[in-house]
Design a protein around this ligand. Structure first.
Ligand SMILES: [Zn+2]
Ligand SMILES: [Zn+2]
Length: 180
């Protein structure tokens, strides 16, 4: 005999989300807690993974007059990849708070590129919003000292690291002249 099937409690997986199924009328709103996957980023030549794999997001949906939507998404992620200065692992936390409006019939600038036929591409929107919120440089720590430009040593591990000053090349030339 097969085991009976019970409804399982699983997080709502929502890479895209059907706004129409909320059946909101103008002025109504709904707050939803969803999970969304956000694809890794390529920055410079390096790859940065978004953690957790399924990002818990809070989505506020408001129905506007004229069959439009006003949306707000909020979430926090950790980016995991090499520090852009010293190449050691970096895990900067980034929080996102983004808004989006889709108002049919009100001109192109009020149409959202993430909504088509009331289907919200939450994954694409969250990724774009995160891209805008990312720090300009991904660092292991704000004051990362980076690598020695001469030998590549990690200057965080050895702050006193230094090289003998290169001799002035003109002195070398002078020495050659004297030997002739
Ligand atoms: Zn670093
Ligand atoms: Zn060095």
């Amino acid at each position: 005999m097969r085991p009976a099937r019970y409804p399982r409690v699983v997080p709502a997986l929502a890479d895209s989300f059907d706004l129409g199924r909320l059946r909101l009328t103008a002025g109504q709103g709904r707050r939803l807690d969803l999970d969304v996957a956000i694809a890794p980023f390529e920055l410079g030549a390096e790859r940065y993974v978004v953690e957790p794999a399924r990002v818990p997001v809070r989505l506020d949906v408001d129905r506007t007059t004229g069959n439009g939507y006003a949306l707000r998404v909020r979430f926090e992620v950790t980016l995991v990849g090499p520090c852009m200065r010293c190449l050691e692992p970096a895990t900067p936390a980034t929080s996102v708070d983004a808004r989006e409006v889709d108002q049919p019939g009100a001109g192109e600038e009020l149409r959202s590129p993430y909504i088509a036929d009331e289907i919200l591409d939450l994954s694409a929107w969250a990724r774009e919003a995160l891209a805008l919120a990312l720090p300009a440089k991904v660092l292991c720590r704000p004051d990362c000292r980076g690598l020695c430009p001469v030998c590549g040593a990690n200057l965080n591990a050895d702050p006193e690291h230094a090289h003998e000053a290169e001799p002035d090349p003109r002195w070398a030339k002078l020495r050659e002249l004297r030997l002739e």
